[in-house]
Design a protein around this ligand. Structure first.
Ligand code: ATP
Length: 313
């Protein structure tokens, strides 16, 4: 079982440098893969219950530096879910329309509906990360956003949204390795741009911004999980394990809801079938009554006539 580093109370001291980006020494890729497969099956089943019960929704926020593995997490962890109930949204530089609204507008529109998952590849946190580091708005503006984010996430939670926020934690060396690999790979080079390298020079500023965001916006109903992400297989395992751990306690409640709804549906169906039989009985009676004595006689004689004149052959 992986050890997850969870922040679920505001105000905790967050020191990313003191959190390892590597898997624990005893964890092996083979063990992790085996566990991951079984978690994927469990998550698929839990998602089905969530979908049917429609009492909750799930929001996964994926944040991390360039090449930290946000896309890979979507592919591997979310890829195991039934796409019917999953919406993935990537948040890039805001469009003109988005900028003309408050910073949460574009995010709230794609918050998950009950029964569904929403995955955010980057999120409203960019408005206290890149916006802060690149000084895209005044400090007095981004400073107020932590409270707005907490209020927003509390609102979602009140509506049954289960929120998990992941910081994919990679080392500077691992990032360099991945960026260079991408640059050399003709199929992956499109993913990289000059900004990715420039932001490495701001590593410390981003670290501070992440630490503040995690510290100020960790709540019991919207925790941050710091995921050691230098090894992709361990990153996938931590995300899947923490997601399953969070959803598992709801299983009973969802099953109970499904059972209750099932009972109501069955009662409705029983009443409907009984009504239908009653209806058809009455209709048949009415039809029989409408037949004149002469017609009844004719119908009764029909087989006899057919037998004698050969018209029934
Ligand atoms: P990624 O690195 O997430 O795979 P990308 O580098 O391919 O993405 P896009 O998806 O086009 O690029 O956009 C992501 C960029 O948008 C990031 O550089 C991010 O900092 C920026 N961005 C996201 N939200 C905001 C925001 N609210 N304000 C300014 N820039 C933002």
């Amino acid at each position: 079982m992986p050890q997850t580093i969870v922040f679920d109370e505001p105000g905790a001291k967050v020191r990313l440098d003191s959190i390892s980006t590597d898997p624990p020494p005893k964890m092996t890729k083979a063990k992790a893969k085996e566990r991951f497969e079984s978690l994927n099956e469990e998550l698929f089943e839990l998602q089905d219950l969530l979908w049917g019960a429609k009492t909750h929704s799930v929001l996964l926020v994926l944040q991390g530096r360039d090449a930290a593995g946000k896309d890979g997490t979507v592919k591997h962890v979310v890829g195991g879910l039934n796409p019917r109930g999953v919406q993935v949204t990537s948040f890039g530089v805001p469009t003109t329309e988005e900028r003309q609204h408050d910073f949460l507008w574009r995010v709230h529109r794609v918050a998950p509906r009950q029964g569904e998952f929403s995955i955010f590849n980057r999120s409203h946190y960019e408005d206290v990360l890149v916006v802060r580091v690149h000084e895209l708005v005044k400090k007095s503006v981004w400073k107020t956003r932590y409270d707005s984010i907490n209020a927003f996430e509390s609102l979602l939670a009140e509506h049954g949204c289960i929120i998990l926020k992941y910081f994919l934690h990679i080392s500077k060396d691992e990032q360099e390795k991945r960026l260079l690999e991408r640059e050399k790979d003709p199929v992956a080079a499109w993913k990289i741009n000059v900004e990715d390298w420039k932001e490495r020079d701001e590593w410390g500023d981003f670290t501070e911004a992440y630490e503040d965001a995690i510290s100020r916006c960790s709540l019991p109903h919207a925790p941050w999980i710091v995921v050691p992400a230098d090894a992709k297989w361990y990153r996938n395992l931590v995300v899947a394990e923490s997601l399953a751990e969070t959803l598992r306690p709801y299983r009973k409640e969802w099953l109970k809801t499904l059972d209750q709804v099932g009972k109501e549906r069955r009662a409705e169906l029983t009443a409907w079938h009984a009504g239908r039989e009653g209806d058809s009985g009455e209709k048949a009676q009415r039809r029989r009554k409408r037949r004149s004595p002469a017609r009844r006689k004719r119908v009764a004689e029909e087989p006899e006539r057919a037998a004698t004149d050969g018209s029934g052959a």
